[in-house]
Ligand binder design. Structure first.
Ligand SMILES: Cc1cc2nc3c(=O)[nH]c(=O)nc-3n(C[C@H](O)[C@H](O)[C@H](O)COP(=O)(O)OP(=O)(O)OC[C@H]3O[C@@H](n4cnc5c(N)ncnc54)[C@H](O)[C@@H]3O)c2cc1C
Length: 480
């Protein structure tokens, strides 16, 4: 029995790994670079990530996968603090924040980040009646309702909004801040609730983030090696269509009769069609929608995406040095800057090798409510980001080297109700063909661990369908 995985990003590779471990080395279709958005390449003499630079270890999905493939040399970023570029200068973020939400008011008062009105409003969380949201709500509504607008825009938005390249008002609390929602449901005060929750983000012992020594790209390199060693086959071509039942590409309907014992899924590429026992679609939702054609669940096409870009620069130490003990700074969206965050790579990852003469800095841009990343050409984007960086650090910077990495439509926007949309997609697909499952950042989280989890889970779904001779009986010719 052979299975196919469409997409060789981390979700697809994790799906292929799960299939290989079950004794079914898959065919992986990836027309571009293996690894998708995980990419590490040489810059200024050392490996520097062009996309993600670490993964969260709160859930074991990424660390488990690393140990299964024998990738043991994981490193943590240095324990540096984070700054905020707000109201004209870089200011220290207070301690005790849980994704920007205060777990204590003292450090927020001392930080000077909130005005007197903002502080008074934040303290109201302690006395306001409980909010106890029943269903999904936006993070903006949840945080503003408890703490007021200043906490939302100056503390939570730069952290949580920055991670998702979106405004809090657009983000589903269920998906992007489940611990906040849980605290709001269980406790009257969010501040006190966060304090009593077991091990909220940022308070557990041990590192919060890890990455393979040499960069996150090594995760996908080592995974690819392990997959090839386990007889996984890689096809360097794009998939054009996925159809349930052996048949011609472009047919919406299956060719499976009642009983469905011989049900297969056909995958079409420019070089022809092949039939598989099951298929994991580990491509972004709009691509999955296109490949499934008339059978695509409607929800697939409703998910929006934001483009981001990452500028990496090497700055001569004679021009500027990042402050010791700090790993970078965040930029609140209401500052209307192009950059959303800046990471002092050489401070954050000393293990990558320190060159006393130069500092490497990674500057991020891209937000769901700011189309400039899509509009500006490479030269304009680079020049604008260097100008903003110079303003932020207070020195005119002329980088010795720069590299712009663009990630078009990279970040899914998890809007309120996204969880229900995903459940609807999965239900519709299962009803149409249990042999086809979706995986990847579009659905239940864009972080590397969430993508790994979704890839492995999708692989188990199609394996279970392949093991059941009646799996094809649910097929219908109609879109679900
Ligand atoms: C700049 C940036 C920084 C990030 N930082 C972090 C971080 O620090 N920590 C973290 O955990 N996460 C981070 N992320 C998020 C994380 O990297 C991504 O969510 C994750 O890598 C996505 O994996 P994926 O497999 O779902 O999708 P992708 O990596 O997008 O893989 C999908 C693959 O499908 C392929 N494909 C498309 N069409 C077809 C087709 N027709 N046929 C076959 N294949 C096709 C594509 O070529 C691609 O390789 C970051 C992302 C970006 C862009």
């Amino acid at each position: 029995m052979t299975y196919a995985v469409i997409g060789g990003g981390v979700a697809g590779l994790a799906a292929a790994w799960e299939l290989a471990r079950a004794g079914h080395p898959a065919h992986v279709y990836e027309p571009g670079r293996i690894g998708g958005k995980i990419r590490t390449s040489p810059f200024a003499g050392r490996p520097v990530d062009e996309g993600p630079d670490a993964f969260l270890v709160r859930t074991p999905d990424a660390t488990d996968l690393c140990s299964e493939i024998g990738l043991g040399d994981l490193v943590a970023p240095s324990a540096g603090r984070t700054l905020l570029w707000t109201r004209g200068r870089l200011r220290r973020l207070p301690d005790g924040l849980v994704l920007g939400v205060p777990g204590r008011l003292g450090p927020v008062i001392r930080s000077g980040l909130l005005g007197p009105g903002g502080l008074a409003r934040a303290a109201l969380d302690l006395v306001l009646p409980p909010s106890h949201p029943a269903g999904d709500v936006s993070v903006g509504d949840l945080v503003t309702g408890r703490f007021g607008r200043q906490v939302a825009t100056r503390l939570v938005e730069p952290l949580l909004g920055g991670i998702h390249a979106a405004s809090l008002d657009e983000l589903s609390a269920e998906l992007t801040a489940p611990h906040l929602l849980a605290a709001a449901r269980r406790h009257r005060s969010l501040l006190l609730g966060l304090r009593t929750q077991t091990a909220p983000v940022g308070t557990q012992s041990g590192p919060i983030f890890l990455t393979p020594a040499g960069g996150t790209g090594r995760l996908v390199e080592e995974l690819e090696k392990a997959l090839r060693a386990a007889s996984t086959v890689f096809h360097a071509e794009p998939v054009e269509a996925v159809r349930a039942g052996a048949g011609q590409a472009g047919e919406a309907g299956p060719t499976v009769g009642p009983g469905g014992g011989n049900a297969t899924v056909s995958v079409t590429t420019p070089s022809g069609s092949r039939d598989y026992e099951g298929v994991v679609l580990a491509v972004p939702a709009p691509v999955a929608s296109r490949l499934l054609g008339p059978a695509a669940p409607a929800g697939l096409g409703s998910i929006r995406f934001t483009s981001v870009a990452l500028l990496t620069v090497s700055i001569p130490a004679s021009q500027w040095s990042p402050p010791a003990g700090y790993n970078g700074f965040l930029v609140p969206h209401d500052e209307h800057r192009l950059m959303t965050a800046c990471s002092f790579f050489t401070n954050k990852w000393p293990a990558a090798g320190v060159d006393a003469g130069h500092h490497i800095v990674r500057v991020s841009a891209g937000h769901s409510r700011d189309g400039r990343v899509d509009r500006l050409d490479d030269a304009e984007l680079t020049a604008s980001l260097i100008a903003e960086l110079s303003r932020a650090v207070g020195s005119p910077l002329q980088p010795a080297e720069s590299r712009l990495s663009r990630w078009p439509d990279a970040f899914p926007l998890y809007q309120v109700g996204h969880g229900s949309v995903v459940e609807g997609i999965e239900r519709a697909l299962a009803a149409w063909s249990p042999r086809v499952a979706v995986a990847g950042a579009s659905y239940r989280g864009a972080g590397i661990p969430a993508c790994i989890k979704s890839g492995r889970s999708a692989a188990r779904t199609v394996l279970a369908a392949g093991a059941r001779p009646e799996a094809g009986t649910g097929l219908t010719a109609e879109p679900a």
